[in-house]
Design a protein around this ligand. Sequence first.
Ligand SMILES: C[S@@+](CC[C@H](N)C(=O)[O-])C[C@H]1O[C@@H](n2cnc3c(N)ncnc32)[C@H](O)[C@@H]1O
Length: 229
Amino acid sequence: MRAVRLRGVYRPQADTHLLAEAMRRAGMPRNARVLDLCTGTGVLAVIAARAGAARVTAVDVSRRAALSAWINARVSRAPVRVLAGDLFAPVGEDVFDLILANPPYVPGLRRPVRRGRARSWDGGPYGRAILDRVCAEAGPRLAPGGSLLMVHSALCGEAETLCALRAAGLDASVVARRREPFGPVLRSRAAMLEDRADQAGGARGGAGGRPCRTMRRDGGSSWSRAAPY
Ligand SMILES: C[S@@+](CC[C@H](N)C(=O)[O-])C[C@H]1O[C@@H](n2cnc3c(N)ncnc32)[C@H](O)[C@@H]1O
């Protein structure tokens, strides 16, 4: 899908496609209420609407991203409600059958960036600033049987995500992985990441993508996953 993208808004790329593919494989539940967190251009929200979701909500903290998503939904004639704001804050008490999230997850800078293009990818020191919030806050936003599909880089720690999801009362597993070469941002941080891995005794690897699957403990299924930059 070709998407309108205002200046500074994240261009849909490998992680977007990996998440779209995971959604396609999981199948759209009947009458699904879908939330696309960190929507960017809104392509995942539009794909969810086209896949038969009954109601789609798209949220982004960036007003330019929210406007891009709104334009793309209108152009595609997809019934998507677009809200600007921080993660779950704009949706109040609503619950969802499927939550999609491709949050900023590139590890690097000391504090998460609050402005500009880098807000699309910078996830704070270990890439987990937004990821951990999604893990902690998603549970109560899932309807019984609901699912979370989330993508992030293996560099952020797949085990940490699984632990965080389980600690929040979800059953979690990886549902897909894909290896991707480092993009320009990660290449520019490679030396720093390598030093960090050396200090932690870790091995150097590519930015392999890793989806995980999460299940609500009440028996419903949900999915979460992780990918690359
Ligand atoms: C990696 S991009 C993903 C865009 C789109 N979902 C895709 O897959 O192409 C991450 C998006 O998260 C947004 N974002 C960053 N922090 C956020 C927050 N606290 N709440 C909501 N959106 C946020 C950014 O503005 C950016 O559009």
